[in-house]
Design a protein around this ligand. Structure first.
Ligand code: BG6
Length: 485
């Protein structure tokens, strides 16, 4: 359903890093593409500037260059016409009268986007309710939503007293990425893969989100968070649930979320008595990344010199259901790794009997590699006969590079998700139950690591992480895909 009566989009944290790099550029892109309803205003809330002019100046200098592809003057200035600025101190409930007075006369639906620290989520919601602004409004909650199950449930309970679940949009920006949508298309738009997408034919699955970036000025936040909370509890488990879910009966919100939730609830608890064999945590020290020397994590700004926070995690995960019993899912994420890549690798089983004799097979497995970023692609590895005498088989691949096939501009994740909020589409947002199921699974790992107190394994920046992450797969007779290339 497309909104045509107008909207007011209130952005709390209007001068924050996320507003600057993602939210405002995403709204601009939606505006430029003509998809943002014409009668819509954006009210940026912050206390750092004294008036709208100063805020608009900040947008020129700090936001505009984050717009990709670059903005043109006409549409940029047109976009700025939508911007209102509200100066309030978020911790002062009486300040919210200014917000009420600014937005009350505006027609259409209301969206409150909380791009602030989570400790402000509940006070903001309560202040909105006090001002009578919450009725019928939508609320968007950025991650991290809490620090563990208890704190996340406390936020969900408090927000849930004011906004009903159908109006709460919990963002996981990975769900807004075009390639993640394509994963749904690949799985459920094609009959080809479905019969093979199960334990009888799949040997193992790898899901990697590797980053070259370090903590990028967020040392303080990251040092209290770590890779398991920052990436695994949300992005990686969401990807896993899409890869492993049963076909939903439709693309409707509840159908999709219910199937993802079933996967999260079927995750086999990690065996704590043997945790180092199934869960590896690492932290980078100095190294060279793409020819440039990079500092150790513990010397990054905002990070404690004696920090034992993990910047890398690799896990062996199993799903307890008929489709996946016994198939290992290897998850991996880390900062300052050798390359920026997010991909899913489905390793199929070898043929039950080789008619060519074992000596002729150089590489016996079929594999499907779904590259999410950069350069979205799907690659299917098969065996083919090498030209010439004899019957020697070699691994070859069929490639689909999406950029070559589709020439249209891609929609950025935030652009898509922001439009979804404005248009009331919840399917690509995380339900409370999913979030809590993910915390329930992750929490024992965090507790066990804390109980053991073992420091993370060290890895040099610019590598693929600690050797123990390779050992995880070696025990299953396989290896991470990059290490083969
Ligand atoms: C965020 C994490 O959710 O995702 C960051 O907090 C991480 O630490 C980022 O860098 C990765 O997102 P993307 O889209 O760049 O892969």
């Amino acid at each position: 359903m497309q909104v045509d009566t107008g909207f007011t989009f209130v952005l709390f944290g209007g001068t924050g890093d996320l507003a600057m790099r993602k939210i405002l550029p995403g709204l601009y892109q939606a505006h430029r593409s003509g998809l943002l309803p014409a009668a819509g205003r954006i009210a940026a809330v912050a206390r750092g500037f004294c008036n709208r002019e100063a805020y608009i100046q900040w947008m020129h200098t700090h936001v505009r260059h984050h717009v990709k592809p670059a903005s043109d003057d006409v549409s940029w200035n047109d976009f700025l016409e939508r911007i209102l600025f509200v100066r309030i101190d978020l911790g002062q409930p009486e300040d919210y009268t200014v917000l009420r007075d600014t937005i009350s006369p505006l027609p259409g639906i209301r969206v409150f986007y909380l791009a602030t620290r989570p400790s402000l989520f509940v006070p903001i919601c309560r202040a909105l309710a006090c001002m009578g602004l919450s009725n019928g409004a939508r609320i968007v909650l950025e991650k991290p939503l809490g620090y563990d199950l208890k704190s996340s449930s406390a936020i969900n309970d408090a927000v849930g007293e004011i906004f009903e679940e159908g109006h709460i949009y919990r963002i996981d920006h990975y769900l807004g990425k075009e390639p993640v949508q394509n994963l749904l298309a690949l799985r459920f738009g094609n009959a080809l893969f479905e019969p093979l997408w199960r334990r009888e034919w799949v040997d193992s699955i790898q899901i990697t989100i590797a980053e070259e970036l370090g903590v990028e000025g967020r040392g303080d936040f990251y040092d209290n968070t770590g890779a398991l909370r920052d990436m695994v509890q949300n992005h990686l488990l969401q990807l896993l649930s899409i890869v492993a879910m049963e076909p939903p009966h439709s693309m409707h919100t509840d159908a999709l979320r219910d199937e993802k939730l079933r996967v999260l609830r079927a995750l086999k608890p990690i065996e704590l008595c043997n945790i180092s064999r199934v869960a590896v945590r690492g932290q980078y020290y100095t190294g060279v990344l793409k020819g440039v020397a990079v500092p150790a994590y513990v010397t990054e700004h905002g990070v404690s010199a004696s920090s034992t926070t993990e910047t890398f995690v690799a896990l062996k995960v199993e799903i307890e259901n008929w489709r996946w019993a016994g198939v290992p899912f290897f998850l991996r994420t880390g900062k300052r790794l050798s390359d920026r890549v997010a991909e899913i690798v489905v390793n199929f089983r070898a043929v039950p009997h080789s008619v060519f004799g074992s000596m002729t097979l150089r590489n016996s497995s079929n594999r499907l590699v779904i590259r999410l970023q950069p350069n979205e692609s799907i690659r299917l590895y098969c065996l083919a006969k090498q030209p010439g005498e004899g019957m020697n088989l070699q691994s070859v691949h069929l490639d689909l590079a999406f950029d070559e096939f589709f020439k249209e501009d891609r929609m950025e994740a935030y652009q898509r998700l922001l439009l979804d909020v404005i248009n009331g589409r919840l399917a690509l947002f995380v339900h409370r139950d999913e979030q809590e199921a993910a915390w329930k699974w992750v929490e024992p790992i965090l507790s066990e690591w804390a109980r053991l107190g073992t420091p993370p394994r060290r890895y040099a920046a610019g590598t693929w992480g600690p050797a123990a992450a390779s050992a995880l797969l070696a025990r299953h007779g396989t290896c991470w895909l990059e290490e083969e290339n």
